[in-house]
Design a protein around this ligand. Structure first.
Ligand code: SAM
Length: 251
């Protein structure tokens, strides 16, 4: 058994019910990208369940042998030893993305999905991160990542996965989340602008939104108050309001 490397977030799944959920979802597509194949627990369950093509990214060179043996048994599997987020993943030709991903790349991966890829995705993330993605405006979990992801995706939280589903066991609970692309998602350029604006505004998340927005985008306070109201706080703004704020720069 391979010694797990903590810095690579190596907690390998052993719970079959989790793999079955991924297979049920993955079999709706033809070409998939897996982030962090590990020892191939999800990969081989999916490939046994249906005929799909999977490009599997894995960073740990020690796993080359395991990946090669999966591709020996399943011709639809193409392993790639590469960093999923550096350089950014190429997603041309892929219908959907999935993975039980190392928690330390969650932020960069979500940002890539939102700005560049916009593909359907099924991810196993830290439970608190899923709570944040699904949070309502005005709650403690609502933040930048909620706004960015929800402008592009409908977020569907799935089952909670306990530490006992992994070897070695992580200290935290995980949760499956499905991301369904929205047909009305703003353009990648607009998303980059929202990334900048939310970075500026959420640094003062409890302050009056109009005042913070006026400072961040350099527009008259009275004009912005008409758009967001006088007393509403940054963390109470609906995701769409950030687009409206940027649009107001042009008008
Ligand atoms: C949580 S484990 C999951 C492994 C496997 N999918 C499973 O379910 O058992 C995450 C995997 O991602 C790999 N990994 C870590 N950082 C990565 C990166 N930047 N790019 C690609 N893979 C990475 C780790 O080596 C590890 O095998």
């Amino acid at each position: 058994m391979l010694r797990a490397r903590r810095e690579l977030g190596q907690h390998f799944l052993v719970a079959r019910w989790v793999a079955r959920i991924f297979a049920g979802w993955a079999c709706r597509f033809r070409r998939l990208l897996e982030v962090g194949v590990g020892q191939g627990f999800l990969t081989s369950t999916i490939l046994r369940s249906c005929s799909v093509e999977i490009a599997g990214l894995e960073l740990d060179l020690r796993l080359v042998g395991e990946l090669a043996s999966i591709s020996f048994y399943f011709t639809g599997f193409m392993p790639v030893i590469a960093d999923a987020v550096e350089p950014p993943l190429r997603l041309g030709g892929v219908d959907a993305v999935y993975g039980s991903i190392p928690y330390n790349i969650t932020g960069p991966l979500l940002s890539l999905l939102v700005v560049e890829a916009r593909k359907p995705a099924l991810l196993l993330l830290q439970r608190e991160v899923v709570d944040r993605l699904a949070a309502k405006p005005g709650t403690a979990s609502y933040g930048r990542i909620t706004v960015l992801v929800r402008l592009v995706y409908d977020v569907k939280p799935g089952p909670v996965v306990p530490p006992s589903a992994f070897r070695p066991r992580p200290k935290v609970y995980s949760r499956i989340v499905e991301l369904v692309p929205r047909p009305d998602a703003p353009s990648p350029d607009m998303l980059r602008r929202v990334e900048e604006l939310t970075k500026c505004m959420f640094s003062e998340r409890n302050k009056r939104a109009a005042k913070v927005a006026a400072k961040c985008i350099g527009i008259e306070l009275s004009k912005i108050e008409g758009l967001v109201g006088r007393d509403i706080r940054v963390y109470q703004l609906e995701p769409e309001k950030f687009i409206q704020l940027l649009d107001s720069q042009n008008g």
